[in-house]
Design a protein. Structure first.
Length: 266
């Protein structure tokens, strides 16, 4: 049981290198960006359209280095980046400045649960990615955030999948660890503190009145490969196969992360 939300002030630089500068990070970014393009199309601002679309208001909740929301900002949309860690916000601000996107951002140093205090109005799109697994009460935080989506808007949620964590431990033979409830191993500081059960996330969104319009498994098989030095493949083939399988069952539900997005009724 997590007693308090995780603040990454002490690990911000390591987090940046370990999460985003890896094959895992590249697969995650590629697969989820496909969904984001679909979301932007659903919101009437398709990527690549020759017509000028109105700028969306976007909240990147617990957004860390804002890797994904910067791609959205580069399309002309306005992003509020919220994070509990001042160190992560400082790193993000530097990267955003380097990418000449500062005019599209405002920075909010706050827990996601208190975001309503910093917003003047509900937003078109909320990104809530890889945050729930670090929170003491993740479902409550999701419910709170869902209130900040305007009617017709969309919330995009990516979470560390309990089923993927269970399956990984099963195929590694960690049965004692499973029987102990898969407690967080503190020696792995960047391993999420808990797996989130998909039905809890889907149920929370539906209870809030949202319609789920898409689900994607993130890394449906890459992390289960026993030896990345064996086999006949290239990394490009892995990415292509992940893209092929990520929205099909049973692979979707075995993803190490699951990305789900849902629309608030008008």
């Amino acid at each position: 049981m997590i007693k308090q939300d995780r603040n990454f002030d002490d690990l911000a630089h390591k987090f940046a290198a370990s999460i985003y500068g890896t094959a895992k990070g590249e697969i995650r970014q590629t697969v989820v960006w496909q969904d984001i393009e679909q979301i932007l199309s659903e919101l009437g601002t398709p990527v690549g359209s020759s017509e000028q679309s109105p700028a969306l208001s976007v909240l990147d909740a617990g957004g860390g280095l804002a890797q994904l929301s910067q791609k959205i900002a580069a399309l002309g949309h306005n992003v509020s980046l919220c994070d509990l860690s001042s160190e992560m916000l400082a790193l993000a601000k530097q990267d955003i400045t380097d990418n000449q996107l500062l005019d599209n951002y405002r920075f909010i140093h706050s827990p996601v649960q208190q975001i309503a205090e910093h917003l003047s109005a509900p937003v078109d799109l909320i990104l809530f990615h890889a945050v729930m697994e670090w929170l003491a009460d993740p479902i409550s935080a999701l419910a709170t955030l869902s209130e900040q989506v305007k009617p017709g808007g969309i919330i995009s949620v990516m979470f560390y999948n309990y089923n993927g964590l269970l399956f990984k431990n099963l195929i590694c033979g960690n049965l004692n660890h499973i029987e102990q409830g898969m407690p967080h191993r503190k020696r792995f500081k960047l391993q999420p503190q808990q797996g989130i059960k998909p039905e809890s996330v889907y149920g929370c969104l539906e209870q809030a009145g949202f319609e789920i319009i898409g689900k994607t498994g993130v890394r449906t098989f890459h992390d289960y490969m026993q030896n990345h030095d064996m086999g006949d493949f290239t990394f490009e083939q892995i990415v292509a196969m992940e893209q092929k399988l990520c929205r099909q069952e049973p692979f979707l539900s075995l993803g190490r992360y699951i990305h789900v997005y849902a629309r608030k009724p008008v």
